[in-house]
Design a protein around this ligand. Sequence first.
Ligand SMILES: Nc1ncnc2c1ncn2[C@@H]1O[C@H](COP(=O)(O)OP(=O)(O)OP(=O)(O)O)[C@@H](O)[C@H]1O
Ligand SMILES: O=P(O)(O)OC[C@H]1O[C@H](OP(=O)(O)OP(=O)(O)O)[C@H](O)[C@@H]1O
Length: 236
Amino acid sequence: MTDASKQPLLTIALPKGRLTSEAVALLGQAGLDASAVLADSRGLVSVDHGARVQFLLAKPFDVPTFVEAGAADVGIVGKDVLLETDPGVVELLDLGIGLCRLQLALPARAGGDGTDGPDGALPRERGRPLRVATRYPRTAGHYFEAQGIPAQVIALHGSIELAPRVGLADAIVDLVQTGRTLAANGLVPVATLHTISARLIANPVRWKLKHDAVRRLLGELRAVVASQRVAAGRTA
Ligand SMILES: Nc1ncnc2c1ncn2[C@@H]1O[C@H](COP(=O)(O)OP(=O)(O)OP(=O)(O)O)[C@@H](O)[C@H]1O
Ligand SMILES: O=P(O)(O)OC[C@H]1O[C@H](OP(=O)(O)OP(=O)(O)O)[C@H](O)[C@@H]1O
C-alpha cells in the first residue's frame, strides 16, 4: 500500500534551459527548494521532501504537454510557447522572468530601418509572398494574416537568424532580448509581435482538485513577483 502522507502534494514542470535557474530562484524565494534540478546530473526529477513538491525538468515546448495531460499539476513556461501551442491549461501568473520580445526582423540591406512596425519597412514589389523563417509558425502565420501581408512561413528549430543570410528566407520572426544575435547576423527588428515573459500555468482539473496547494503556491509566487517589481522600480 502506498503511504499517502509521502506522496507529493504538487508536481511542477520546469523548463530545461535558459529559464531553469531563474525559475529555481523564484521558487526558492517562494519557499520551495528546486535547486537539485541545477545539479549537473542526468536526473530529470527532483523532490523538495519538506514541502512535498516534486519537480520535473522538461523541454520548454513540452512543459504545456506535461501540464495539460496532468503529468504535472502546474508548470513554468514562456508566453511564446503558450501562444504557439495554445494548450488546454490555465494561465495563472506572469512571473516577470525570461523577458524578451517576439519580433519580425529583416536584413538591414532589405530596408529594415529599426522602427517598430512593418509599414514601409518590408521590401516592396516582391511579386511573391514574404518568406519568413521562424520557430513560431502558428504565431507568425496569425500575425501576417492579420496584417494582410502574403507570407510563406518556413518552420525551423533553431539558428533562425541564419536563414536570411543564406537566402532561405527574406525575414525572420524570433525572440530578441539584447538584439545582439540580430546585429551579429546583419538583421534589424521592424515590428514586435508580442512581449514575452514566463508564466505559471495549471492543469484545469488539478486547479480545482488541488485548489489549496495551487492557491498557496500562487499566493507565494505573487508576493515574490510583486516585491521584485517594487525592487526593480527602486533601481530604475
Ligand atoms: N534571448 C532570450 N532572452 C530572454 N528569454 C528568452 C530568450 N530566448 C528564449 N527565452 C525564453 O526562454 C524560454 C526557453 O528558451 P531556451 O532557449 O532555454 O529554450 P529552447 O530554445 O526552446 O530550447 P532548446 O534549445 O532546448 O530547443 C523561451 O521559450 C522564451 O520564453
Ligand atoms: O537578442 P539576444 O539577446 O541576442 O537573444 C536572442 C537569441 O536568444 C534565443 O536563442 P538561444 O540563445 O536560446 O538559442 P537557440 O534559439 O538556438 O536555442 C533567440 O532564439 C535568439 O537567437
